[in-house]
Design a binder for this molecule. Structure first.
Ligand SMILES: NC(=O)c1ccc[n+]([C@@H]2O[C@H](COP(=O)([O-])OP(=O)(O)OC[C@H]3O[C@@H](n4cnc5c(N)ncnc54)[C@H](O)[C@@H]3O)[C@@H](O)[C@H]2O)c1
Ligand SMILES: [Zn+2]
Length: 357
């Protein structure tokens, strides 16, 4: 596939190019005015293919761990770049998944009041979802993604070759976000990806088709609402519960798999509250359950889950939680719900019993 998408953003349009030889082209012509920020594991796996890149005078290798996108790690990153004389007319180039993206994007937003950045996403999650949309999110202390900016890249190059070395759990994490995007597109789109579910793991053309489709659906929303003030909010479907699950399990469950559980929980709770229907929950459940298999019984301590949920960025006022739930027409929408005894009991029932069924 050699597709190109042009995304409109507040800093101008940027191009997302599908190019299986993207890394080879970069390696053949390494830009001098660049500072590379690269996932250490990717540098190890693709050392031969990116030899010239790795020999550039400014390369920062970072292990893709949540602690490394914490604010307290940033002085070391800034020192590295300052030592290599970073200037405003230069650019940062990220090669890695969502963690490397968030670090690079946050640096690009703040360093010298803003430098250009480019992105070579190497995980399915970053190729199919996070590479567009402008957001950077970094952690501070124990609070995940509490600091952030809207800073679009100048260019994104997607090489699906990178996916060949991903662990299965990281493939499923990306598939979780793709399932979410197809739900947002509508019930028919979800049914289509659900029936192609097995092919997502062994047929490169199917995965490429759904990466493109996911980006096109997301493009429609971010161009309408780049700063997440309204319509784009529904991309947080599965995320209030998903983030709380990640926090309560100390990030033992990959993001997109926690989001998959979060969507299943949202569908079930919506039906219990009389907002959505049990039919809808049962229709989506087989594909979601397949995607969170092996995590259906991972302990998720209820108190830690509820306290993380109470701190969600979307909440306004106390005693309520902002959730994106499906309505009776299977379309998701955002609203505020009382975080009362009934709601807590439903969360307990889902996490302790329903999730494993
Ligand atoms: N800014 C955004 O819009 C946005 C959106 C969604 C998620 N995120 C953030 O992204 C992070 C999750 O990102 P992610 O799921 O892309 O993964 P990641 O960056 O956490 O990487 C997951 C694992 O895959 C490895 N890896 C990366 N590329 C590989 C490859 N080609 N082959 C083999 N292994 C490879 C990494 O070393 C790591 O071990 C979270 O911190 C989340 O908060 C940001
Ligand atoms: Zn997500």
């Amino acid at each position: 596939m050699s597709e190109t998408i042009n995304i409109k953003s507040h800093t101008g349009p940027y191009e997302v190019a599908f190019d299986r030889d993207g890394l080879a082209s970069l390696n053949a012509q390494v830009p001098e005015n660049a500072h590379f920020i690269i996932d250490k594991k990717v540098a190890e796996l693709y050392g031969a293919e990116m030899e010239a890149v790795l020999n550039h005078s400014s390369v920062l290798l970072i292990e893709a761990r949540e602690e490394n996108k914490s604010l307290d790690r940033f002085p070391a990153y800034v020192s590295h770049l300052v030592d290599r004389n970073v200037r405003r007319d230069q650019m940062l180039v990220a090669i890695g998944g969502g963690i490397i993206q968030d670090i690079t994007c946050f640096l690009a937003a703040t360093l010298l009041r803003g430098v250009e950045w480019r992105f070579y996403p190497t995980t399915l999650l970053s190729q199919a979802d996070s590479c567009i949309g402008s957001k950077s999110s970094i952690n501070c202390g124990a609070t995940k993604n509490i600091l952030g900016t809207f800073t679009p890249p100048k260019k994104v190059v997607i090489s699906t070759r990178f996916l060949e070395t991903l662990d299965e759990r990281d493939v499923r994490s990306g598939v979780g976000e793709m399932l979410k995007v197809q739900v947002i597109d509508g019930p028919d789109s979800f049914d289509a990806i659900a029936s192609d579910y097995a092919a997502l793991f062994d047929d490169p053309s199917t995965i490429e088709k759904y990466i493109l489709k996911s980006l096109l659906v997301k493009q429609g929303y971010i161009e309408m609402d780049e700063f997440d003030q309204g319509p784009r909010n529904i991309f947080n479907y599965g995320h209030s519960f998903g983030h709380a699950i990640e926090a309560a399990t100390d990030f033992g469950i990959p993001h997109g798999i926690a989001v998959t559980i979060g969507m299943d929980q949202a569908n079930w709770i919506s039906a219990q509250l009389g907002i959505g229907t049990l039919d809808h929950y049962y229709r989506m459940h087989p594909a979601l359950k397949a995607n969170f298999r092996q995590y259906e019984s991972t302990p998720i301590p209820l108190d830690a889950f509820l306290s993380a949920l109470a701190k969600d960025k979307k909440n306004v006022g106390s005693g309520t939680v902002a959730l994106i739930l499906p309505g009776s027409n299977a379309r998701v929408f955002k609203d505020n719900y009382a975080s009362d005894d009934r709601f807590r009991a439903l969360c307990a029932e889902y996490l302790e019993t329903v999730r494993a069924q």
